[in-house]
Design a protein around this ligand. Sequence first.
Ligand SMILES: *Cc1c(COP(=O)(O)O)cnc(C)c1O
Length: 320
Amino acid sequence: MAYTDYIFEGYRKRLAELRESTNPFADGIAWTGGDYMPVHEATVPLLDNGFMKSDLAYDVPAVWDGRYFRLDDHIERFERSCAKLRLTCPIPREELRHRLIEMVARSGIRDAYVMMIVTRGLRYLRQYAPEECENRCYLMVTPFLWVIDEELQKTGASAIIARDVRRVPPGAMDPTVKNLQWGDFTRALLEARDRGCSYALLTDGDRNLAEGSGFNVVLVKDGRLFTPARGVLEGVTRKSVLLAADRLGIPWEITDVPVSAAYDCDEMMFVTTAGGVMPVTTLDGEKVGDGSVGPVTQALWKAYWDQHYDPEASFAVSYE
Ligand SMILES: *Cc1c(COP(=O)(O)O)cnc(C)c1O
C-alpha cells in the first residue's frame, strides 16, 4: 500500500461521483460580474488590462472533501496583493467570501480548485489614475488541480534547477504579490521539457534557491527543514507544513537556501495548494537522498492532509 492511499482512495471515489453528476456546473462554475455560468462559457473582455498587461492580483484556495481549507488566509493574502498593486476588489470581502462558498455549493464539487482574480479593468494606467480605474473581479471554481498528480506523488517527481532563466527579482515584480507575470516560469518550464522533465526550480540569480511555477520548495537536511526566505510568495501551504513541523517537533528555518543545498539534501518537497506536499526524488537526473520518498516528507504529507479535517483550519460547505 502506498503512503498516499489513505487520502487518495476517498478522493478517487468522489471524483467518480462528480463525473456521473448531471449538475450543469460539475465541470466548473464562474462569476464575472453577472449570473453564474459554466466555467467553459466564461470570457474576459479583450481590452481588460488584466489580459493585455497582466495587471492583476489573484489567489487560489481549495476545497477538500467538501471542506474549505484556510479560506481566510487566502482572502487576506489576496487583499494584501491587491493593496500593493493599488487594486481594489469591486465587491466587499463579505460578498466575495459568500460567493466563493456559494459557487462551491452550487457546483456540487467536493474537491475544488478556487480562483479569485482582480484586474485593473478596461482603463489603462497611462491615461487614468488608479482610483479612476474600475477594477474587475473574476471568480471560478473547478475540480481540484494537481501540480504533481497523485500517481507521481507515490514515487516522487523529477525536477531540474533552471540554468537558462532566473526568478524575476523582487525589485522588478514583488513576489509576495500572487501574480500571473509568468514569463520566468514559462521559460523554466520550456527548459525542463528540453531536459526531459516537467518541473523546474528557479534560483535568485545569486546562488540561492527561489521557487517554481506556483509552488514553494522545502528541503530536509539532517532532520531540519529549510525553505527560501526571499524572492518567493509566502505560501499558505508552506505555512501549514511549518505548523505541522512544529507539532511533530521538526525544526525549521526560513532563510537563504544556497543552490548547493538542493544537491546535498536528504529530501525535497514542492508545496502548494494545488497538490499539497509533493515529493521530489530526482534532481537534474540524480537521486535526491536515497531516491525514495523519505520519512520526513511522509510525516508532513499526512499531517498536511489531516489538517483539512481540523476545524481550526477548515469548515464544511453545506451543499444541501
Ligand atoms: C500560489 C503560489 C505558491 C504556493 O502558494 P500556496 O499559498 O501554498 O498555494 C508559491 N509560489 C508561487 C509563485 C505561487 O503563485
